[in-house]
Ligand binder design. Structure first.
Ligand code: ZN
Length: 171
């Protein structure tokens, strides 16, 4: 979330073009510049032995009432891999073994003022019991041809699932 006040002197920040064309929040009093960098999220395609993957029905916005991959933002003290596994456990109750890095997606929504980087791993469910948790209200396994593309919350998740599906079909 973007701060409205200078963290150094407390004055209100202004948006100014600085450093060759970057619009950044700047403190007009002390000159402090705020660098806005995208947060990193990690997620998994959690595949069960029967080939079905786990999706979560989102209970919170963004994407409330739509399906998504188990995914979320990295904590400061963990690796991307740990974040992917932790988010999966929190949102689905499932423990996963990470297999391959499926891909990295950047997103930037001008209107919603959000941006980020999503890292998705192909993973195998290797323990746990499916149960909704964190900001999910339902966990369900879907076969390759059952995935509700139109009801997926995020374009990045749609792209990740599409890539996973292509890989599966070519195996
Ligand atoms: Zn200042």
């Amino acid at each position: 979330m973007e701060s409205k006040f200078c963290e150094r002197c407390g004055n209100p920040l202004e948006r100014r073009v600085v450093e060759e064309n970057h619009l950044r929040p700047v403190c007009p009093v002390c000159g402090f510049i705020v660098y806005l960098n995208p947060p990193i999220a990690a997620g998994v395609i959690a595949e069960r032995a029967d080939g079905k993957i786990a999706l979560v029905l989102r209970g919170e916005n963004p994407g409330k009432g739509l399906w998504g991959l188990p995914a979320g933002f990295m904590e400061i003290d963990e690796t991307v891999e740990q974040a992917a596994q932790r988010e999966c456990l929190e949102e689905t109750g499932l423990r996963v073994e990470l297999r391959d890095l499926l891909g990295v997606w950047s997103y930037h929504h001008q209107e919603k003022q959000t941006a980020g980087v999503l890292v998705v791993y192909a993973a195998r469910v290797d323990g746990g019991t499916p149960r909704a948790g964190s900001d999910s209200v339902e966990v369900k396994f879907f076969a390759l041809d059952e995935i509700p593309d139109a009801q997926l919350a995020f374009a990045t998740h749609r792209d990740a699932i599409a890539r996973w599906r292509e890989k599966k079909m070519s195996q």
